[in-house]
Design a protein around this ligand. Structure first.
Ligand code: MN
Length: 503
């Protein structure tokens, strides 16, 4: 799958991509197309292109991955709540609750930002890294919690992809912030969702903006290597076609593939910059019909060309943690050249490119296994997953599958903003007192009141996801005993008790 930025808009393009959907759903998509186009009317992108070129691109990519009509509609409408006069109620009435909630989810996610001050100030200061990393983790969690519905996160990833394609039209400071967020949040999320190709593209778009010098150096190195290898790749592909034919295997495709720039950059750092040690810079990918043919092909390849010891990887029997599977081997090719060969089925291939989306087309057992890789590290994640696998086992149509994807992850955490856009991660029903103490002990000790979304609230107010909370300081204030009755964090409890003793 290749992504190209596109300025021209046309219904015909989307229409061709939604062939796989029933007529009734196509009509709904057309309705949303017209609705969104009208809503954005005269609006322009930074590039000067009509604004609607953006949501229509996102919708096309979502359709290209064979997602549901609801997701395509939500993609078309994804910026209408934030940027136009369209309302939630209007979208609800015209396109239903599911679509309205998705659009609302995407809109809320747009508020999630890395703290502005990290960017536009040149290189990030290393002493601030731990805080930045903590914030990045929180943001990732928040992204999921506010997304709730994983479909919202997927739309947001594609939305970001288009924004990255058109990023050169933005002011420099914004470019750097977008690129950093893309590398820290969007690319890892895409990877965890198994969208390997999209992750690679996001990184390659962000890399030259954050590290222009290094990016240029790598591009040069790749160009030279590619020139050197072009002939050898062509010859190997011809030999492979002949070999496979003589064993009655009709490959779906045999092609060369170049490693993504950013992942090469990271790998080169581990090899002291010596590009001759990177064997998978250019790889040959063989796609055959089924798993049996994968192993058969591997045998054929090894019989013809001697494999390098220690570099045969069976990710089909032992998939990578994010679900990636394929057979990899590195051989001494036709003229003694070292070459990496990857063997997979069309299903595995789609999977590596589209991630979970591939399962809408191929229904099978490994779907549960795939999901397990998304967020395996928490207990909560494990429970959520068990539920999801149970649901998955009992369902067989895409509608149900879409329902199952509406996860309620991290449901007992809320994320509250400071007035400068910092994110504070708190337990459900936390109060402004918890909020104040989690920012700074002094702020809690001198708590004088709080405003939530610009309205004064009581100290036992229950904060909600996405609230903006501002603490009003009282220089002579001190902790109150009755706070202990409603605070939720042990951090605040401990600090209040200590404050009371000190009186
Ligand atoms: Mn957008």
């Amino acid at each position: 799958m290749k992504f190209y930025p596109r300025e021209k808009i046309g219904w015909e393009k989307l229409e061709a991509l939604i062939e796989y959907l029933p007529q009734k759903e196509k009509i709904q998509i057309k309705k949303a197309y017209i609705f969104a186009q009208r809503a954005h009317q005269e609006q322009k992108r930074f590039s000067g292109a009509p604004y609607f070129s953006h949501p229509s691109w996102v919708a096309e990519e979502i359709a290209r991955m064979y997602y549901s009509s609801e997701m395509i509609i939500a993609s078309l409408l994804h910026d209408t709540l934030e940027d136009t006069s369209a309302t939630y109620q209007e979208i609800y009435n015209l396109f239903g609750k599911d679509v309205a909630e998705m659009v609302d989810g995407v809109t809320k996610l747009s508020a999630v930002r890395l703290k502005k001050t990290w960017f536009g100030l040149g290189p990030i200061q290393t002493e601030k890294m731990p805080e930045l990393m903590r914030q990045t983790e929180t943001l990732k969690k928040m992204f999921l919690a506010m997304g709730k519905d994983i479909r919202v996160v997927i739309i947001k990833i594609i939305d970001r992809m288009h924004n990255m394609f058109t990023i050169l039209h933005l002011p420099k400071e914004k470019q750097i912030r977008f690129a950093q967020e893309t590398l820290d949040i969007f690319a890892p999320l895409a990877y965890r969702l198994g969208m390997g190709e999209i992750k690679g593209q996001l990184e390659d778009l962000a890399f030259p903006i954050l590290h222009p010098k290094e990016a240029k150096e790598i591009e040069e190195k790749i160009k030279i290597q590619r020139r050197k290898k072009r002939r050898i790749i062509g010859r190997t592909i011809n030999v492979l076609h002949r070999l496979l034919r003589s064993h009655s295997i009709k490959p779906v495709s045999v092609h060369g593939r170049i490693k993504h720039t950013y992942s090469l950059y990271k790998k080169l750092k581990r090899y002291d910059g010596d590009i001759s040690k990177i064997y998978d810079l250019v790889a040959i990918r063989i796609i055959v019909n089924d798993i049996d043919e994968c192993y058969h092909t591997l045998g054929i390849v090894h019989k013809r060309w001697r494999p390098l010891p220690g570099r045969i990887k069976d990710y089909i029997a032992l998939p990578k943690p994010n679900g990636y599977s394929s057979l990899h081997t590195t051989v001494f090719g036709p003229s003694g050249e070292i070459l990496e060969i990857q063997i997979r089925t069309p299903h595995i291939h789609d999977h590596a490119e589209y991630g979970m989306a591939a399962h809408w087309r191929y229904k099978e057992e490994s779907w549960g296994k795939k999901l397990k890789s998304i967020f395996p590290q928490t207990e909560q994640g494990a429970k959520w997953l068990k539920d999801l696998i149970a649901i998955q086992k009992s369902m067989n149509d895409p509608e149900e599958m879409a329902q199952a994807l509406k996860l309620d992850f991290f449901s007992d955490r809320i994320f509250v903003f400071t007035p400068d856009g910092d994110v504070i991660d708190l337990p459900q029903d936390a109060s402004p007192i918890d909020f104040a103490f989690s920012i700074h002990t002094e702020l809690g000790n001198h708590y004088g009141g709080a405003k939530v979304n610009n309205k004064i609230v009581a100290s036992d107010f229950k904060l909600k996801n996405g609230d903006i909370c501002e603490i009003i300081k009282n220089k002579t204030g001190s902790p109150k005993r009755d706070w202990l009755e409603f605070v939720k964090t042990s951090d605040a409890k401990g600090k209040i008790k200590r404050g009371l003793k000190g009186k």
